[in-house]
Design a protein around this ligand. Sequence first.
Ligand code: F3S
Length: 426
Amino acid sequence: MRLTDQEKAMRDGAEGAAVVAAMDLLIRYGEALGSERLCDVRNVATSMTQPSPTKARLVREGGWDKAFAVISLDSDEDIQVPPMRVATCQLQHGFGADAEGVVPYPAQMIELQGDAEAFYGRHGVNILATCTPYQVGNIPVRGEHIAWMESSAVIYANSVLGARTNCEGTASTGAAALTGKVPCWGNHLDEGRFGTHLIDVAVRVDSFIEWGMLGYFTGSLAGEDRPVVTGDLAQPDLAELKHFGAAAATSGGVELYHIPGITPEAPTVAAAFGPVPVPQAALYGPRERRAVYEDLSSQGTSTDVDFVLLGCPHASVDQIRRTATALDGRRLSPGTQLWLMVPRALKDVADRSGYTAAIERAGGKVLADSCPAMSRAAPAGTRVFATDSAKQAHYLPAILGIEAWFGTLEECVDAAVTGRWRGELP
Ligand code: F3S
């Protein structure tokens, strides 16, 4: 790998032991990938505060410095964590103290996370505590090289915002935060951003559930490649693109897609493919749409719903408002709980707008910081849950061993109020 003089100096100790370890990790990682150089980044989205039993042990053995060295720098050296060199934010993590008594989540994990927030806050990490940093002020600009984790955030940043990131991990983002560098390969390069698959949409896609189903289809088809999606598409909003991307990164490993005329790097189909010949289109028609719906909804046998989960990825303000409206004047079934996951900064907006009170009057909960998949926590005794998120419908049955129903917000609210699933393909 070719290093600049500045990078060589960082590698050789000019900025201390932690930066040496970070550069060593980035060089090893980059060389394994065949990266010829490092990119400069000024925006890192990482996971440093997520509590875990391993982290608890490392903190007991050597404090937060040791936990960071081992987990974020892959180093056994005795180092002290310096302030983050570039803007760094914490993504979603575990639940916080305000979830105690609502979410069955261990008190010692809440305490460990509180300590982590204090430590990393002192070192310059912005505790956004959401999988959607782009909803709460971290909006990289088109062409900007960044180092982000979290598949649903990565695909949004690359595709909707036109920023450039691979799907990084805890170690590479930890090293990037201390150096402002990340291996320059894959989605960072022009040639790594052209389309590979073409999808022709022959059914109208014009709502949150439709965008989620199309995303799920897109991920199954494209795998880890770069789909270009065209056809009968209504103008999507933020929540719909958030759902589309999260679903495509769930059924596949898509990190970047193009929708000609909508996403910034693809004014046309030809531009989306650049020098690559446009491939034959795969069809997304009524048959494909029904197959996706059946896939996502086939994980429920009992129609008795114990739990309704909304807000994956974390809800937008408009999704919170629409949930409050759908629940207004209604009351949850005594045996059913409803949780809406939101970014903490937007919880404040929801509180001040009266949405939280409306949802709580109905018996629902507005929760920040985490989600059941991340924290492996659902209401005690949950056997069957319903969700409007393709990602949660995909993961939670495997993670928590529960049955899933997938549908619209209105169907989910109906299930919460009646305790029964009555959804069907719209
Ligand atoms: Fe966010 Fe959890 Fe979904 S972290 S994307 S709400 S699985």
